[in-house]
Every structure is written in C-alpha cells, then in structure tokens.
Design a protein around this ligand. Structure first.
Ligand SMILES: C[S@@+](CC[C@H](N)C(=O)[O-])C[C@H]1O[C@@H](n2cnc3c(N)ncnc32)[C@H](O)[C@@H]1O
Length: 264
C-alpha cells in the first residue's frame, strides 16, 4: 500500500503516473467518472488519491491460462485414478458459509433462479448447490481441462449442470440472476494487464447480471473495502458474509473476504 500520509510521495507518484501509467490513469479517471464530472478538479484530486491507494497485486503464474490448464489436467487424471475432485479453494468452511447465505435468503432467490459460477474450476460449489435443491445451475471456466473435470464429476453425481468453456473477459451471451465467483476475480487480478482485466471483468459481469440480481465475490487477495472500491461504479455492497477473523497489532482482519453486491 502507498503511504497516503507521507505527502512527499505525491511528486514521485505523480511523475510515475504522468509518464508511465498515463493510459491506465486516464482510464481510471474515465471509469470513476472524474473526466465527465462538473467539478473536475475535486473529482480529479479524489481519483488521484484513490488511484494511489490502489495497488495492483503484480503478475504471477496463477493469472495465466497455461497454469490452470496444467493444474486441471493433473486434477482430472487424479479424479480418473482415485475419484479425488481436487482443491476446494479457500476451504469447506467458506463454502458452508456461502450455502448458508443462500439457505437464509431463499425468499429472495428461490431454488429455480439462474445461477452462474464464473471460473467454476472443478464445479464442486455447483454440486453442493444442486444437493441443496437448486435446479438452474451454470458453470463457466476459461480452462478446457477445468470444464472436462467439472463435467466428469457432475456425471458421477448424476447432476444436471450446464458447463461451458468461456473467458469472462470476452463476455457472456446470457443473463443470470446470481453470479458467484470464488477465486476467479483473484486470478484475474494476478494476470498481465490486471488493471484493465479487472475493469473488463466488472463490466462483463454487470452486463450479464439481471438488474435485481446478486453478485458474490470471495477473495483472498482483496479486503472488503478494496473490493467495494473496485466495484464502486457499477455495484453497491449488499451484504458481507462473515468469514473467520484474526487480530494483529490491535487491528481485526479477515483471511478471506466474501461479499454480496447488487447492481447500482
Ligand atoms: C482459484 S481458482 C477457483 C476455482 C473455483 N471457483 C473454486 O472455488 O474451486 C480460479 C479459477 O478461475 C478460472 N479463471 C481465471 N481467469 C478466468 C477467466 N478470464 N475466465 C474464466 N475463468 C477464469 C481458472 O481457470 C480457475 O478455475
């Protein structure tokens, strides 16, 4: 994180923004509606502060298609050999908490709503949802191997889940009432050009969510306030799903953040 209280940082950061990150910053001003704002100077200043507060995570292999293809190819072999479905990202406890939220909000959701798990991986969350009686389930992932694995697992459980290979950054030709994401926005945040990719992701999930629908994001890379900040132009925080907390140096933090957004 940048030290916002050390004022001396501004000249150096401003130089870096003006000379190196100019296209990215201009896009940020546009996305944050500072360019079209009547009070441009105030909006520009606020946006600059926000921009400095937001730091990209940096590129790593978890942000590449190749990584996921190799990983799921291995998991598919394991599944065929010994029936192990592979990793439950962020653990069973987080999945239970998400399912409990669905259980408590059945009056708003119903069991036949169209639900998409974006970046579904092995599809285990959809299997759990199907076990809970949800009927209209979709999973997409940009890894062909992930979709092969998810289909093989669903076949074994005789579950009727609609799976397809799709890169969310290229958009989806469908509309859903619920979009669920556990770890996919995180993976995209670790990709090359993560800033642009994160914004593309936000635009695309906005486009394929019903106006009164819900977007679930579970992340281990971003805090609740960072997620709110990223999604601020298109989404409003509806609820925070409680996740285990830790206390350090008098401050309380979460290892994993799980939030529910609604469209603005
Ligand atoms: C951390 S894993 C989580 C998988 C699954 N959601 C789970 O909880 O087990 C991230 C997933 O996002 C997928 N992914 C990453 N970028 C994607 C993109 N642009 N479009 C679709 N899926 C993507 C990866 O293939 C991987 O399955």
């Amino acid at each position: 994180m940048h030290e916002m209280d050390s004022f001396g940082l501004y000249p150096a950061s401003l130089g870096k923004i003006l000379f190196i990150e100019q296209p990215q910053f201009l896009r940020f001003l546009y996305v944050n509606q500072a360019i079209s704002s009547k009070n441009f100077v105030t909006s520009f200043w606020k946006s600059l502060q926000r921009y400095l507060e937001m730091e990209e995570l940096g590129e790593c292999e978890l942000g590449t298609h190749k990584y996921w293809e190799i990983r799921y190819n291995n998991e598919l072999k394991e599944f065929k050999n010994n029936g192990d479905p592979g990793e439950i990202w962020f653990g069973e406890d987080i999945v239970d908490r998400i399912l409990r939220w669905f259980g408590k909000n059945l009056d708003k959701i119903g069991k036949n709503s169209k639900i998409l798990d974006v970046g579904c991986g092995n599809g285990m969350l959809l299997i759990d949802m199907s076990n809970e009686g949800f009927t209209n389930l979709y999973g997409v992932d940009y890894s062909l191997q992930a979709i092969e694995l998810a289909k093989s697992i669903a076949d074994k459980h005789t579950k009727n889940i609609n799976y397809s290979v799709c890169d969310i950054l290229s958009g989806l030709n469908d509309i859903f009432f619920i979009i669920h994401d556990k770890g996919t926005y995180d993976a995209i945040s670790l990709s090359k050009n993560s800033f642009n990719n994160r914004n593309k992701y936000i635009e695309n999930v906005f486009e394929c969510l019903e106006d009164n629908g819900y977007l679930f994001i579970t992340s281990c890379n971003w805090t609740q306030s960072e997620l709110e900040q990223h999604f601020i132009n298109k989404f409003i925080l509806f609820e925070v799903i409680p996740t285990p907390q830790f206390k350090f140096g008098g401050k309380i933090g979460n290892v994993v953040t799980s939030v529910v957004f609604k469209k603005k």
